[in-house]
Design a protein around this ligand. Structure first.
Ligand SMILES: C=C(O[C@@H]1C=C(C(=O)O)C=C[C@H]1O)C(=O)O
Length: 409
């Protein structure tokens, strides 16, 4: 006979017992997370108060010494708690970046009081779910006023909306880390009276999105914006014979797949964007480069004043005279005025294919003395020169702290 277990012996825990344990611990985690959110919100209120003080004291927003001291102290405090220097540093880089961007926005608002309005009507490429839509949401989430989203089919249509007053701002993708500059945007900037008033970078995480249960082997057709195809060219090459069909925007691609509900059809877009169309990702991280970001510019009818207390960028567009070394001569003006150039892009001049326009981004405030001198000198040696805008730089370079230094002493 099988060995009988005495009745009183502990029964094996059932799955429901484990689930109950898990649920109890998860409730404690969620309670702690809520506390953490409360503390982060309180920290944000304090750093915004710091911004108010800096406005009155005309102090720079960024204080690298304070950041380094703060990170070293936190790393030391985290060590005995089992929190690694890498974890503490990366966590507080995100917290400090948010704090600096919030402070910059407050200072910029003070410098442009007329810009604060209850409704921000913003034109962007595509519709809900496009990368431009996500970038628009990100940029205006940090600014006061309700957001009215105005999706457009093309860059020309976007610019037209702002020029005619149907929109207050436009968000335009201008470059991507995988596919480089977006030439169509540089071309529309050549002829618009709008000014660049802001910038932001946004991660572009391409995923393969489908509307129903399927897998890659069943796919026959792929919809996406042409920019996406060039950013995911390696993935597409591996896919083999799948028909790729370009769409005006990522959101148009996702809408198409959502409407067709066909297991042989997919779109490439962001998972959050796809969720707005009921699409699910069956493969992620499709871009050629792991770190795939797009930089967007924000344009408006009126330029903004950028306070000298926050890092600024200025974008120029110029055409040079037709003589050897003309471009070099122009760039030497920037060097002679100690102005750092972060981007140089050339584009053919419409109707004059053998001449080029040069777009230059510099790390400088238009109000700065050296920048004013450089502009004056450039006017004297170029065929044409236009300031496209001076705007707050939204690239917050994290303060580096060597963990070892932090743990000494
Ligand atoms: C809050 C301040 O402004 C910035 C943000 C900091 C932060 O979030 O901890 C620290 C230093 C500054 O770069 C400050 O100067 O104290």
């Amino acid at each position: 006979m099988d060995h009988e277990y005495p009745f009183y012996q502990q029964q094996e825990p059932q799955m429901t017992d484990y689930q109950a344990q898990l649920e109890q611990i998860r409730q404690q985690i969620s309670a702690l997370d809520a506390e953490l959110l409360g503390l982060l919100a309180k920290r944000q209120q304090f750093t915004n108060q710091v911004a108010e003080t800096k406005i009155k004291a005309h102090m720079q927003v960024r204080d690298p010494v304070r950041e380094e001291q703060l990170l070293i102290k936190l790393i030391k405090q985290g060590q005995p708690l089992g929190l690694t220097p890498q974890y503490v540093t990366s966590l507080f880089h995100v917290i400090i970046e948010d704090s600096v961007l919030n402070q910059q926005m407050l200072l910029a608002q003070k410098a442009n009081p007329d810009n604060a309005q209850p409704l921000n009507r913003v034109a962007f490429l595509g519709d809900k779910g496009s990368y431009s839509y996500l970038a628009t949401q990100k940029y205006f989430s940090r600014r006061p006023g309700e957001l009215m989203e105005i999706g457009c089919p093309s860059f020309d249509a976007i610019i037209h909306k702002v020029e005619t007053g149907e929109a207050d701002y436009a968000v335009l993708p201008i470059e991507n880390t995988s596919s480089g500059s977006i030439n169509e945007v540089f071309d529309v900037l050549q002829h618009t009276s709008l000014s660049i008033i802001g910038e932001l970078t946004h991660p572009v995480e391409h995923a393969l999105l489908v509307a129903c249960d399927t897998d890659i082997s069943k796919l026959k057709t792929l919809y996406a914006h042409p920019q996406v195809f060039s950013q995911c060219s390696h993935f597409l090459a591996e896919l083999g014979n799948i028909e790729v069909k370009p769409t005006d925007s990522t959101s148009a691609a996702m809408l198409k797949v959502s409407e067709m509900q066909d297991p042989s059809i997919a779109a490439i877009g962001s998972a959050p964007g796809g969720a707005l169309y009921g699409l699910t990702p069956i493969k992620s991280n499709l871009a050629n480069q792991k770190e795939n970001h797009s930089r967007f510019i924000v344009v408006a009818r009126k330029p903004v004043n950028v306070p000298l207390q926050i890092p600024a960028k200025t974008t120029l567009v110029m055409s040079t005279v037709q003589k050897p070394g003309a471009l070099v001569e122009a760039l030497l003006v920037l060097r002679d005025n100690q102005i750092n150039m972060t981007k140089l892009e050339s584009r053919p001049i419409n109707g004059n294919p053998w001449e080029e326009m040069f777009y230059i981004d510099v790390e400088a405030n238009l109000q700065d003395g050296p920048m004013q001198t450089a502009i004056e000198q450039l006017h004297g040696i170029t065929r044409s020169l236009k300031v496209l805008g001076c705007y707050p730089s939204e690239e917050v370079t994290p303060t580096r702290v060597a963990a070892a230094d932090a743990l000494q002493g």
